[in-house]
Each structure stands twice: as structure tokens, then as C-alpha cells.
Design a protein around this ligand. Structure first.
Ligand SMILES: O=P(O)(O)OC[C@@]1(O)O[C@H](CO)[C@@H](O)[C@@H]1O
Ligand SMILES: [Mn+2]
Length: 453
């Protein structure tokens, strides 16, 4: 079997990974420290002097982390008592075992980018939970909520659109397919709103994304939505059980989460699925990723909108959760550094859970990096090959490109893109719908096989 390519890392000066570790992560840490400073009086009001001492302790731990990162110090074991600390520390030892004589220690500008970037966010969490009584403070809450409020107009336009759709019985199959593609594209471009790429700067959706779908189509580099539709439409027709389950592995809160909830509502309301399972993060992650608080907060704030269609959507969504048609999960695996091909070994319960789905949608760039093990695959590597055996169910990545990693392109496509737009891999300007369809033994063997080019 061909050897797997090397991992992306910050070893290569000028690479996106290098610039992320060198510039973006210190910027994010500085913003976290600033956020804690700005909440000092709140901590005092809530917890008295103890709250002020906690803020000081968290800031000193975060300043130490920033210094370790900026001076390329060795990665050190976690010391908190969280359930996943041992798994993290075992993974650190695994990284150490991969090093050659003379490589030195696992460290920020040497070790795999996926490991050190995930580790940074886990260390931020450690700094907060080691500073009671502010251990439950979400240092990214402010920016996630701000993204939601700043995207209000786009959210209202999207909810109005959803509520104006004619009932399923009045739509032809083609009209249903077109609407499904429209909402899939909106969910895709919702992924541009990502605060870790922007270093925590605002990345709200200020214009109505629906009006720009036509203009954005040339920026979809891989479009397997026909195969996706064949599966979704096929599940409805040939499901062996009454339940048709679609899982969405969420990415960012704010506008992107609303686009995912609108897509989920559509799949249910138009009978393409009977239950939607959402997967979020157990801790604050990559600045904008969804936690259970963000999930509930978002539905609550959509429901309390003063815009009628938006409020109606929020009430419907709250009801889907109450009636068990929408189920929220947050397994700790999603905030570990492991690539997804390790899931059967590291989190067999989660893998078994995903195997119950007819389709698993993975939103965003970090999920794509983990699907691809964050390796430097050739651009024309078949998607299934780069998944390295990960296939709990038919799956689709819906992602805007924000890392120097892409597979499944046609020969010459990457070269053409590099010539026309040197930063095509990392600006979030381009997107994909990349589908890995049913394996031959799966019950739904659909007619359209995704191109494995
Ligand atoms: O998963 P998301 O939210 O689409 O993107 C997360 C992300 O912006 O964080 C890193 C940059 O620091 C990139 O690897 C990645 O694109
Ligand atoms: Mn994210």
C-alpha cells in the first residue's frame, strides 16, 4: 500500500500552518486575555475578590501558554482532571514516539499542525477550568453571540424564504431537488463565517447569501450534490425502516448554525429525513464552534425574534427538539486531536452511533482536515482513499477551503486555480460538496457513483 503523505505542520516557513501558529493563534490568545480583562468587574460582582483572583490566575496561565507557543517550547502534558486529560497525554506520548533521533521534543513549529492547534484550544480550556469560580466561563461566547446578532438580517431573510416554501405535496421532484441544492449551498457559504480564520475579528453574514448563490457557483470546486440528492431521495423511497436519519457534524455558531438548522428543518418538513442528529463540541473550540449552550441559545434567540417568520422557525425548532426529531450529541471525541480514521479505535461508541445514519454531513474546514488526517495528499487523490478507511455511513463534507489541503480534484484543476488565485486554498472563497457514497455492501446502492477522480 502506498505510504501516506506527511502531516501539515508549521515547519515550512510561509505555509498557512506556519502563519497560523506564528500569527493567528497568538492573536486569538491575546483576544481571550482581553476578554477576561473586560469581564473583571462582572467576575467581581458575581464572585467578589475570589472572582478577581480567578481572572488573574486564568490570565497568567494563558500568558504562559502564549509564551510557550511564541518561543516554540515543548508541548507539555495537561494537568487538569478532565475525563479526556489522559487521552490527550497519551496522544502527546504517541507524538513523541513518532519522532526520530535528533528531532527534539513535540513542539509548536515542528509537530503536526492539527495536534498543536487542537492542543492550544484544549489548553485554553484548562486555564479556565483551573480558575474556579469562573471555570464555566466561555471565553468565545461574546464573539459567537455577536456574529449571530450582526447576521440578523440574513437570518431573517433565510427564515422568510423557508417559511414561504410551498408544501411538499405541491412541489415536483425537480423543484424539491432545486430547493435542496439551494439550502445546501447556503449551508456551505455559511461556513465562511469563521472566527478562528479571522483571528476572532467579526466575520458575520451582513448580506443576504441567497441573492449571491448564482454568483458563487463558479467557486464550488467539487460538486457531488447530485449524488447527495440521489441518496437522500433514495433513502426516503427505499428505507428498510421508517426512520431516515441524517447526522450533521456541526461547525460554527452564529449564522452558519442557523443555515444548518434551516437545512435540517427542510429535510424534515419535506420528508427527506425523519430525524436529524446534531454533533457539537463539549468545550469552547476554535473560537466559533458550537457548544450545547450555543445550540440552545440560538434556537431561543430565533424563537424570540420580532420578525414573524424567524420566530415561527424558532418555535418549530424548539418543538423538533422537544418531540425528539432533533437530537443533540456532544461526544468528547470531537475535541480531541485525532483524525477521524482513528474513531473506531478511540471512540467506538461514536462510530457505532454514526453508523445508524443514512447520511453524515461534516461541516467546515477543521472537520475536513480531520477526515483527511491533515495530510499533504496530492490534489487528485481520491476522496475515499484519503479517508483512510473512515466510512461509518455515506458521508459528505460541506466545507469552504481554509487550509492547504484538498483532494479529489481533476488533473490540472489545482494548477489552474493556483495560477488564477494563489490563495485559493486558504481564504474561504472556494467551497466543496465532497461525497463518499454507500459502500457496495450498503443497503442503498445508489445509481450515481461519486467521481473518485
Ligand atoms: O472548521 P472551520 O471553522 O471551517 O475552520 C477552522 C479553521 O479556520 O481554523 C484553522 C485556522 O486557524 C483552519 O484550519 C480552519 O480553517
Ligand atoms: Mn469552526
Amino acid at each position: 500500500m502506498a505510504e501516506s503523505p506527511a502531516f501539515l505542520s508549521a515547519q515550512e516557513e510561509g505555509s498557512f500552518a506556519y502563519l497560523t501558529i506564528k500569527d493567528r493563534t497568538p492573536q486569538i490568545l491575546t483576544k481571550v486575555i482581553d476578554t477576561l480583562h473586560r469581564h473583571k468587574s462582572e467576575f467581581f460582582e458575581k464572585h467578589g475578590e475570589e472572582g478577581v483572583e480567578a481572572e488573574k490566575k486564568a490570565i497568567s496561565l494563558l500568558s504562559k501558554l502564549r509564551n510557550e507557543l511564541q518561543t516554540d517550547k515543548p508541548i507539555i502534558p495537561l494537568v487538569d482532571k478532565c475525563v479526556d486529560a489522559d487521552i490527550w497525554n497519551q496522544y502527546l506520548e504517541y507524538q513523541r514516539s513518532l519522532l526520530n533521533e535528533g528531532d527534539g521534543e513535540p513542539r509548536w513549529f515542528f509537530s503536526p499542525w492539527l495536534f498543536v492547534e487542537c492542543y492550544m484550544y484544549r489548553r485554553i480550556h484548562e486555564a479556565i477550568i483551573q480558575s474556579p469560580p469562573i471555570q464555566d466561563f466561555d471565553v468565545f461566547k461574546e464573539s459567537k453571540d455577536k456574529n449571530f446578532f450582526e447576521s440578523q438580517e440574513s437570518i431573517d431573510a433565510l427564515c422568510t424564504h423557508l417559511k414561504q416554501l410551498r408544501p411538499a405535496k405541491d412541489l415536483s421532484e425537480n423543484e424539491l431537488k432545486d430547493e435542496c441544492f439551494r439550502l445546501l449551498q447556503i449551508s456551505l457559504w455559511g461556513n465562511k463565517c469563521d472566527l478562528s480564520l479571522s483571528g476572532g475579528e467579526s466575520s458575520s453574514q451582513r448580506t443576504s447569501v441567497m441573492d449571491s448563490l448564482e454568483g458563487l457557483k463558479p467557486f464550488i470546486l467539487i460538486n457531488d450534490s447530485e449524488a447527495l440528492w440521489a441518496l437522500l431521495n433514495g433513502c426516503k423511497k427505499t428505507a428498510k425502516t421508517p426512520a431516515v436519519r441524517v447526522d450533521i457534524v456541526l461547525d460554527n455558531s452564529g449564522f452558519e448554525l442557523v443555515t444548518d438548522l434551516v437545512l435540517a428543518d427542510f429535510l424534515l418538513s419535506f420528508e427527506l429525513a425523519t430525524e436529524i442528529h446534531f454533533h457539537g463540541k463539549t468545550i469552547p473550540w476554535f473560537v466559533s464552534d458550537v457548544t450545547v449552550r450555543d445550540f440552545s441559545w440560538t434556537i431561543e434567540h430565533v424563537k424570540s425574534s420580532n420578525q414573524k417568520s424567524t420566530a415561527t422557525c424558532g418555535a418549530d425548532w424548539e418543538n423538533h427538539v422537544k418531540m425528539g426529531r432533533w437530537i443533540y450529541h456532544d461526544h468528547l471525541f470531537w475535541t480531541l486531536p485525532h483524525p477521524y480514521c482513528a474513531m473506531p479505535q478511540v471512540a467506538p461508541d461514536l462510530y457505532a452511533e454514526l453508523q445508524k445514519a443514512c447520511l453524515v454531513i461534516f461541516k467546515g474546514d477543521l472537520n475536513y482536515r480531520k477526515l483527511m488526517s491533515d495530510r499533504k495528499w496530492a490534489f487528485t487523490t481520491p476522496f475515499r482513499q484519503a479517508l483512510s478507511g473512515f466510512h461509518p455511513a455515506p458521508l459528505c463534507s460541506i466545507r469552504t477551503l481554509k487550509a492547504e489541503l484538498q483532494v479529489g480534484l481533476q488533473p490540472g484543476q489545482a494548477e489552474q486555480l493556483s495560477a488564477s488565485d494563489p490563495h485559493w486554498l486558504t481564504t474561504g472563497k472556494y467551497g466543496i460538496f465532497q461525497f463518499d457514497g454507500p459502500l457496495p455492501t450498503c443497503p442503498f446502492v445508489n445509481t450515481i457513483q461519486p467521481k473518485l477522480a
